[in-house]
Every structure is written in C-alpha cells, then in structure tokens.
Design a protein around this ligand. Sequence first.
Ligand code: ATP
Length: 579
Amino acid sequence: MKFAELAASLDQMEATKSRNELVRILSEVYRASVPDELQPITYLIQGRLAPFFEPVEIGLGERLLMTAIGVAYAAPKEEVAKLNRQTGDLGVTAQRLAPASHADSPSVVEVHRRLSQIAAAGGAGSQQQKLDVFTSLLRDLDSASAKHLVRITLGKMRLGIGDPTVLDALSFAKKGDRSLRPVLEGAYNRTSDLGLIARTLWEVGEPGLDALKVRAGHPLRPQLAERLPNPEAVIKKLGTVGVQPKYDGLRVQIHKAGDQVSLFSRNLESMTEMFPELVAAASDLDVDNVILDGEAIAYNPASEEYVPFQETTARRRKEGIQEFAARAPMRAFVFDVMFRDGSDLTPLPYERRFEIVQELIKSSDTLLTAPLMKTDSAEVLTRELLDNISRGLEGVVAKRLDSPYQAGARNFNWVKLKRNTSGQLTDTIDVVLLGYYGGKGKRAEFGAGALLAGVYDTDKDEFVTITKLGTGLSDEGWRAIHKRLANLEVPVKPARVNSNIVPDAWLEPEIVVEVLADEITPSPRHTAGMTGDRPGFALRFPRIVSLRAGDKKPEDATSVREIRQMFEQQQQPGRGRGR
Ligand code: ATP
C-alpha cells in the first residue's frame, strides 16, 4: 500500500463523525493490506512506530518539524510559524505548503522504515540527521500525506482510533462483523500488541491468535479491581477472601526474560529506566523467566513509613536520587505472578500463585510480598481495613482465592475498599478533561475557570461528559493544569468526544484527573451513559483530588460501566456512606 492511499483513508476517517463509519474505513484499509504492512499501518494510525510498551520515540518536536517543513518547501521560517499560528495544526501547515499531488508515493512500509531510522538516530549530530531524513521524506509526499506524516510524528492523530476501534476493524476486515472481537480481545489482553495481532491474524488466521501466549518481556494488560460499598457486601458476594493492604504507589509489572529485565506501568508504558533498584532486584531472582505484578512505593521498613508515589517522584527531583534512595528506598510489594520459566500461570488459582510469589522473592529485600490474610468475616475485614488505614495505607484489596489472573478484566476477582478523608467509604473517579471555560478574576490569569470533564465509554470507544470541575485545586494546581492545557487545545470538538455541552475551548482528551464527588445523579445534560430513553449521569459536588501522574491513559479513566455500577451501589441500603 502506498502511503498516499493510507493518507486518503485517514482523510476520510477525519471527515466522519460516525464510529461505525470509522471502523468501516479502517477495515477497508486492513482488507487492502498484505501481512508485511499490517504492523506498520497499525502503529502509524495511532501515531506510533511500535507497540505502546516499546519506548520508541521519533524525537522530532514541533520546533524541529517547523524547520523541516521550511526547508522541504523552501519557505522562510517566519512564514511557516505565521501559517502555523493561523491553522493551529502543524499537519495542516505542512499540507498548505506541500504540492497538492506527487508523481510517486513511497509505500507505508518505506515511510515506517524511514521514521524508524529517525527514531534510531542518537548521539552527536543526530538532530541534523533526523532533520535531513524527515525533510527528504516530506519532499516525496503529496499534501494530504504530508499532513498525516507530521501528525504521526507528533503523535497527535486527531482521528480517534482507540484500541477497541482497531479490534473492531480487524474483525470486520476478516469476517464482515464483530464476531472475532472476543478472540482478538483475548490476544490483546495477553500481548498488548495490536500490530502483532493484526499480522498473526493475516498470516496464521484465528488459531494463531489463540497461540499468542503470555510471554516475559511483553506486558499483559493488568487485572483490575471492582468496587463494593462496604466489607459486608464484599463477604456476601465473595465468601472467603484473601485480604491485602492497598498500597498507594505505582502499579508495576516486572518482567525478567533471561538477562533482560523490563518494568511496565499501569498503562503499559516502559518504566525500566525509572527504577534501577527494582531492575537490579529482579535480575537477582533465581529464575530465568518471570512476570510479577505489584505496587512500587518508597518504603522505610525501620519506621514503617510508606511514601505515596506522587510524593516519591517529587522528592526524587528535589533531593537527588542517591540521598532519597538511602532513606526510603524503592520497593515493590509483589502480589501476583503470571508467568514463570515458560509456563503461563494465569489459570492457576490465586492462592497457588501467591505461594509461588512467596517462594520466588523470599530472599529479596527490595521485592517484598504483599501480606495476605484469609477471612470470611465482615468484622475481620473491617478491622483489617481500619488497621491498614491507620498505618498510612489506602485501604485493602480483597481477592477471591480461587480466581485466575484475568488480564485486562475488571471484575469481582478483586475488590478494592478505600476510605476517604471525611471518614466515609467511597471511591474517587478518574475523569478526562475535555474542554475548559475562560474564568474570571484570579483564575483567568491561569487561563481556566472551569473544566469540562468526561469518562470513557469502552463499548463505543468515545469520551462522554459527566461534570464540570471548578474546585479542589490550589493556585499552583491551576497553573500546572493550564500549562498542560495549552498544548491540548483544539479548534473543533475531537472525533471521539460526544458532548451536548460546548465549552469555550475543546481539549484533546489526554489529562486524567482524580475527583471525589458526593453522589452520582441522573442528568439530562451529560452524555455519560445516555441512551435513547435513559438520561446520562452527572457528579454532584465534584472536587479535584489530584492530577494523575500520567500512569493512566484517557482510556483508563473510569468507564461508563463503572459509573453505572457505582450509581446502582448508591441506591442500595447499608451502603456505608453516611447520608
Ligand atoms: P484502577 O487501577 O482500578 O483503574 P486506580 O488506578 O484508580 O484504579 P485504585 O482504584 O485505587 O487504582 O485501585 C487499584 C490499584 O491499586 C491497582 O491498579 C494497584 O496499582 C493498586 N494496588 C495496591 N495494592 C494492591 C494489592 N495488594 N493488590 C492489587 N492492587 C493493588
């Protein structure tokens, strides 16, 4: 496939507002592709060169791209900058300056190869090298291709092709309907690599997807926890549970594959560089291949002091890594194992996996087992919860002892119980910022008076509104948000946003904010959970608790399904929320 053909399809995708249409166009692209093209196409349409978990970055920011555009189209720098101020989109800027058509287009494979060459360039003189390759690539393209190339390079596709849309498109390309979704999703949960999945489906067919197994070095999607309103509800629903402290750190998936150790975050980004002490500890384990799941947190065993993750990162910057590491070194509280020496352990019951964890890390001082206690009593569970909170932990996670590890699933195998500062049991909600309002007075200085926020609809792969946010942030917080908002502002409503409310400015969905609210209420205005005959949901008295540290992608925000469940739980008597 020529890159120009892909660009033409991307233009069609940009023009449609309908998700079904988006899926149809993308499935046509897949149908027209040969196996070698599937990986490049799958990564490129998401503004990447490799799966999300591989830390491959093209490394050309706006400023360098402007230089390249100027050189490629013999336009003075000032002209490029001026045009860019008008268009507000560097892709469109390139498109305006590029020739409308070009005699020959490179193939998608070739474009991917040259971008990979740019990504790989490092060291002295690499910036010029990157620029040269990019400039010559731009010269080989027509205007629509140039637009999409620039957007791919910036990782800002503006198309709204989330992972569920790719999975649907693959299914449509092969079967003409969504029937392959469950098999595709299974493979996706085990490998997190859409490109690999596409290629395998084309080369080997459906059985190939089943054969894509969990393996060390490839992150699997994390098992997630459900919510229940109180300890009584947990025991009633799960019976005997294993109770563990809930650490307020950073989820970490630890992989050891031979000599190679890698760490991945909650949203499967590579974190290997961030925690050398965890890498060293994993290297020392007496096992060839292993995947562990746990929570990374700075912890001082002598004082039993846990340092919350956000504070950990802040302190690191201030104090220097060495000094900090000496006082409260990074640890990982390991609570699960998914793979060991060639065997997929995910089907084993949790109790057995936990024994394996204990065995594996028994001699490490850095990888510690998260203690597990068994109970079938709501009283004991309540005591554990209170005890953990008093020790500075977030709460507890109750786990079904006979449950397998279900990659990517949020279900009642794990249930989280937390307590917020007001003493009521409740949970925070992670919302995505979708727009903002100018604001008056002091806040106007910071450029945002109120924020429009939404949650994620997993089925439709779109963001739907749930609330406006105005309170909870300090002046410093507003300033921090404003800095990040400036880069995300877009002139029109982004493709994947479904909203009946129009803010002063739209934002590309990216920033995830943790909020606490009194209640979830039905709402005729907000689109979260809204269907033909049902109103949406809104948050009552929302306040911002924190800006997430980037460990959640917008798609990892609270889902409409979870909101509906929380709403239903609110309706139950004895829900432990003192109102
Ligand atoms: P989620 O990860 O469920 O989307 P979240 O990131 O807001 O939500 P919480 O809802 O607070 O996190 O709880 C789940 C998280 O708790 C896990 O992803 C993990 O990072 C953390 N955690 C801490 N201790 C444990 C434990 N013992 N077992 C499982 N998870 C734990």
